[in-house]
Write a new protein. Structure first.
Ligand SMILES: NC(=O)c1ccc[n+]([C@@H]2O[C@H](COP(=O)([O-])OP(=O)(O)OC[C@H]3O[C@@H](n4cnc5c(N)ncnc54)[C@H](OP(=O)(O)O)[C@@H]3O)[C@@H](O)[C@H]2O)c1
Length: 253
């Protein structure tokens, strides 16, 4: 008889990297709370996929993480579904250019909100449950948290804050809860998002990025998922650390 499943909340988990994280955690015997905002169809399909593999092992919950009431409701619903939370993966993120002369307050609120403020307050809302479970938090940052990405200053600032979030919360929540981060390099090209559809890369831009990766290829979503599983399951003496998963890209920025 297998152990009782642990419970993970993955934000922005309907598709792309978040969905792959959810699938890997599920295969590692976690029950999944799949958070989404706009991508209801994909989130519900993923929940069905996981529930077909193991009955009553996944739910999909909607929330705009930039809305504090919806964030609080998400934390409450997520932790009451199976009584508790063992793992919070702060994966949801908005990403688009904010040229310095055109950036506005809405851009700031959206990018800082999804990449920094929401991870902080979700951690706060779930701290008691994570402490009870001796669980962990994984924050998904970016290699551009250390070195800024041109034309993306607000995103870079938000992810830089996300790095300090990981270190601060590791200190605040010790010794019961470990908090670590992942800094991905080029994994999936931006697909545009609901706010700024124009944020996609030309073939020439993609080639320029690929040229600068020592391992000469993009990473895959599963590289991020596997790194999370390592930090969660196989690194009990590691907290407050950021694991860079970028094929060496940050060596050449
Ligand atoms: N892709 C890469 O190569 C790469 C590189 C470096 C770092 N990263 C980091 O890795 C993580 C995953 O990357 P990704 O490319 O898979 O992400 P993504 O597709 O750009 O975004 C993930 C999800 O975040 C959700 N989201 C955005 N704003 C939200 C808000 N205000 N409230 C609730 N949900 C919100 C969206 O959910 P809905 O679709 O449901 O609205 C979206 O599907 C992110 O933290 C990203 O910064 C990715």
């Amino acid at each position: 008889m297998p152990d009782t499943p642990k419970i993970a909340l993955v934000t922005g988990a309907a598709k792309r990297i978040g969905a792959e994280i959810a699938r890997h955690l599920h295969a590692a015997h976690f029950n999944l709370v799949i958070h989404y905002h706009h991508s209801a169809t994909e989130a519900l399909a993923l929940a069905d996929e996981l529930n077909n593999l193991r009955e009553n092992s996944a739910i999909a919950l909607k929330a705009d993480l930039n809305n504090q009431d919806q964030l609080t409701a998400l934390a409450q619903q997520a932790s009451s579904k199976w009584q508790g939370i063992h793992l919070l993966v702060n994966n949801a993120s908005s990403f688009y250019p904010t040229p310095f002369d055109k950036a506005n307050g809405d851009d700031w609120d959206d990018l800082i909100g999804s990449n920094l403020k929401a991870p902080y307050f979700l951690a706060q809302a779930l701290a008691a449950q994570l402490t009870t479970a001796a669980g962990s938090i994984i924050n998904i940052a970016d290699i551009y948290a250390d070195k800024p990405l041109r034309n993306h200053s607000i995103y870079s600032i938000a992810k830089a804050g996300n790095l300090m979030l990981t270190k601060s919360l590791a200190q605040e929540l010790a010794p019961r809860v470990r908090v670590n981060g992942i800094a991905p390099g080029a994994i999936l090209w931006p697909d545009g998002n609901h706010k700024k559809k124009e944020d996609t890369l030309s073939d020439e831009d993609k080639e320029k990025v690929l040229c600068k990766i020592p391992l000469q290829q993009r990473g895959q979503a599963q590289d991020i998922a596997k790194a999370i599983l390592f930090l969660v399951n196989d690194a009990p003496y590691v907290t407050g650390q950021i694991l860079t998963v970028d094929g060496g890209r940050s060596l050449t920025i």
